[in-house]
Design a protein around this ligand. Structure first.
Ligand code: ZN
Length: 307
């Protein structure tokens, strides 16, 4: 009997914890104090904080360097070299982004920090975990079957690589951070393998939301419009530069309300959802690109970022 009561209490407390955790899981970014790091390294008056313990395929994590007289820093990971950025000249941050195709395993991270008088380095092995991407069938309407063509997709990725090649070095987002572009239900997740018309597999580079035709679509964060026009697969689309190499994209729109070069506030309406491009019904497709790597946008919204 006592065991049963303990079990019931245990289950009740687990449910309570779960309920409170769910209410905290809002993907909307709230200005919040910097979280505690998962891991810390020290070297001669410098401190390197890791705000993640492992990374997922398509995931991203934040690093921070603090200490006196830092003039700049950069890291090398999986062959790419990336600079750290600072908003206050004291704390230096960098995003580590992982390609959805990265092979799970251990990879070396090297961080170099320049100070007025010397240069110091940190190294650590980072683990990349499998994300367990699922496979989904997608049937295109007859008049859009040609958009399953691998060459059209390759050309579009090349175009997007051009659009996102140059970026603002400093962060453009503000204290309102990053938030979902629509309040309609989330549908197809990031990274899904898509079998189109039973013929060819492709990858889903963003998240879908069940926004009906004409629903207002909001910018994820403050930034500057770098593309507002038409693409073969994404249809009427908008891309926004948020600084430090982070871009958000919005696709299949029916209507675009911004133009290239325009500064955008976080949450500002950039257009309306629709069914243009490689789409089989009205919905919103949105995505996050971090220095050429397509990232899980929903996981990205959960990151703490310096405002
Ligand atoms: Zn999509």
């Amino acid at each position: 009997m006592r065991v049963q009561i303990v079990l019931v209490l245990l289950i009740a407390s687990l449910l309570a914890v779960n309920a409170s955790a769910q209410s905290d899981l809002s993907p909307t970014f709230q200005p919040a104090p910097r979280p505690l790091p998962a891991y810390v390294q020290f070297n001669n008056g410098l401190r390197l904080d890791y705000y993640f313990s492992a990374l997922m395929q398509g995931g991203s994590g934040l690093l921070r360097i603090s200490g006196a007289d830092i003039a700049g820093a950069q890291y090398t990971f999986r062959g790419a070299r990336q600079p750290f950025f600072t908003r206050d000249g004291v704390d230096w941050y960098a995003l580590v982004a992982v390609d959805m195709n990265a092979r799970p395993g251990s990879y070396g991270l090297a961080v170099q920090v320049e100070r007025a008088s010397d240069r110091l380095s940190f190294t650590r092995e980072l683990r990349i975990d499998a994300a367990g991407f699922i496979t989904q069938n997608l049937v295109l309407p007859p008049d859009r079957r040609r958009l399953a063509d691998a060459r059209i997709e390759a050309e579009e990725f090349a175009r997007l690589a051009e659009i996102t090649a140059g970026y603002t070095a400093e962060p453009l987002w503000d204290e309102t951070g990053f938030a979902l572009p629509s309040d309609h239900a989330l549908a197809t997740p990031f990274g899904v393998f898509r079998r189109m018309n039973g013929e060819r597999d492709t990858r889903h580079t963003g998240w879908d939301q069940n926004a009906p035709a004409g629903a207002p679509i909001h910018a994820l964060a403050a930034g500057q419009v770098v593309f507002a026009g038409s693409l073969e697969i994404r249809g009427h689309a908008v891309f926004i530069d948020h600084g430090i190499g982070i871009f958000s994209g919005y696709a299949h729109l029916s209507d675009i309300e911004v133009e290239v070069g325009q500064r955008i506030a976080g949450g500002q309406v950039i257009g309306s959802s629709g069914n243009t491009g490689r789409s089989s019904g009205a919905h919103l497709h949105w995505e996050i690109v971090g220095r050429g790597i397509w990232l899980d946008g929903l996981a990205f919204l959960d990151l703490w970022l310096p405002a």
